[in-house]
Design a protein around this ligand. Sequence first.
Ligand code: SF4
Length: 339
Amino acid sequence: MKKLLFDWFSQKKRDLPWRHTKDPYLIWLSEVILQQTQVVQGLSYYLNFSSKYPTIEDLANAPEDEVLKVWQGLGYYSRARNLHKTAKIVTETYNGIFPNNYDEIRALPGIGDYTAAAIASFAFDLCYPVLDGNVSRVISRMFGVITPIDTLAGKAELMKILNKQIDKKNPAEFNQAIMEFGAIQCKPRGTLCETCPFQADCYAFRHKVIDILPMKKNKTAVKPRRLDYLVCIEDNHIWIKKRMNRDIWQGLYDFPETDKISKNWKLLDICEHQLSHQKLTISFWKTEKLPEKLKSSAQKVPISQFFEFATPKPIHNFAIKNQLITNSVEKKSPNVKKL
Ligand code: SF4
């Protein structure tokens, strides 16, 4: 398997900036950004983060609000908060030097088995196979693993195969190659079997079960949820609120929420937004006066500064769509639309 995989990788691999570094900080940064994110989208965030925070100390010293703002649009904001927390730990506990062994890397916030193995192998050439969604699919198909890949037994079976297959002299290249193979050849849909070098040996291809493998036990339950926001503008200021609780979008800013709708409010917009575990239906209500009981958890900010706050995607989209502020990103004079 190794030889075919390495040959394929040398011909097909994409030229990505994090493949040219052994710096564990930059490798970790790229891995965190790329969790749940396509390379095309993650690339600009990686370039932005690595130029704004070239060292882990730079990231550790940045305010959390700023880090969340740079992260805005990527979703799964706990990744950004853990990124910041871990940068502080490495700076304070390890004098800014990323730990160079699997167990210490794995113990850092937000770093699971997969990310620890990626950093350990890519930065330090340690022999730990990576097992993410792409790799699980490739191994399950090639070796005919029918145990569901989202179970402990399934993961153990895949790991056993990977531990046999990994190139012990070059674990970094092997891990990079198999992940890339899953991302661009053995894809979830539109699998490129016709040009695959493993066709002759691949269990799924020979048995025509490509669409069935990998098997999964649990489909994530998605709960519907309704959010009603109050959009209240007073004297060129707007009421916003920071989400403090352990809930979606923790640390980001949105509008004050209400669970009762007054007939005096005007519905400005309604949209749906899908998160991993929740399907949101979001309504935006215009009000001239914010109810007193909502004021203590909210703050009034100049409307021209609205886009300086990190906001969840639907809030950002609402503000753009409704021209809450025109060109405020460039900080031109605010042009408040009469909402
Ligand atoms: S033959 Fe198809 S299913 Fe099998 S490894 Fe290649 S791309 Fe994947």
